[in-house]
Design a protein around this ligand. Structure first.
Ligand code: GLN
Length: 246
């Protein structure tokens, strides 16, 4: 069995160790005897959805978002929107999450067009939402998994969710999508967007396993699910972070 990951714009979107999310996905596959490949797709490259089971896009500042949005929309837009509608698994962090939406309006009013793959939109504000976060993702209970998400956020954008999009989680500590409605991140079909940076999956192995399992079930129709791993060390680290935050 094999998980094929596409890493979109690894050279431009990689803040606060966002690549750690990929290391976590890969290692949790390898520990279970599942092969894992990671392929970079960047400026000028075509995005061929059928070659991948899971697509990852990290965070970037407004500068990088301006550099790449035309390539994203013109070279890859149709294929990405089709893949989203066909239930492909995506994990998109902060700037990448914003780009999956309708638009990102910078603080000076300049609009960076988004893919419109999910119905969210983002408005930049002068004060940033920065810090360690705690969120509640009750949907993880359906997998029998831990529902507390631990994270770190740093963004000026305030994101608002359209009707077809559910929040990834409810804010217990932090700003979340916009600092107003206590939502954090977004879920649409198998697209997961979040403001939690780099160590999101290392800190939240339950989400890593949910993504791997969902992606493998798309590809291997008789796949029943992942076996559990011994996450004792991760649990210690999580409990420490939760205690510090509360
Ligand atoms: N440019 C975006 C913002 O500040 C994204 C930043 C990020 O990815 N950390 O809202």
């Amino acid at each position: 069995m094999e998980l094929r990951i596409c890493h979109l714009y690894p050279d431009l979107l990689n803040l606060y160790g966002d690549r750690g999310n990929l290391l976590t996905l890969k290692q949790r596959c390898l520990w279970r005897g599942i092969d894992c490949t990671i392929t970079a797709v960047s400026l000028g490259d075509a995005f061929a959805a059928e070659r991948f089971d899971l697509v990852f896009m990290g965070g970037g500042q407004d500068y990088e978002q301006n550099l790449l949005y035309e390539d994203l929309l013109e070279q890859k837009g149709d294929a990405i929107r089709e893949a989203v509608e066909a239930d492909k698994v995506f994990l998109c962090i902060c700037g990448g999450y914003q780009l999956m939406g309708q638009f990102y309006e910078e603080q000076d009013g300049h609009r960076i067009a988004g893919l419109g793959a999910i119905d969210v939109w983002t408005i930049g504000r002068p004060n940033r939402l920065i810090g360690n976060t705690l969120h509640q993702a009750n949907w993880l209970a359906e997998d029998g998994r831990d529902t507390t998400l631990v994270g770190f956020e740093n963004h000026s954008g305030r994101t608002y969710l359209g009707e077809q999009v559910k929040p990834l989680a409810i804010v217990r500590k932090g700003g979340g999508n916009n600092g107003e409605d206590r939502t954090e991140g977004a879920i649409y079909k198998n697209v997961y967007g979040t403001y939690s940076h780099g160590s999101f999956l290392p800190k939240n192995p339950a989400v890593a396993d949910h993504l791997i399992e969902t992606a493998l079930k798309q590809r291997y129709k008789d796949f029943k699910g992942l076996e559990n791993l011994d996450d004792t060390f991760a649990e210690h680290a999580r409990n420490h972070l939760i205690n510090c935050a509360e």
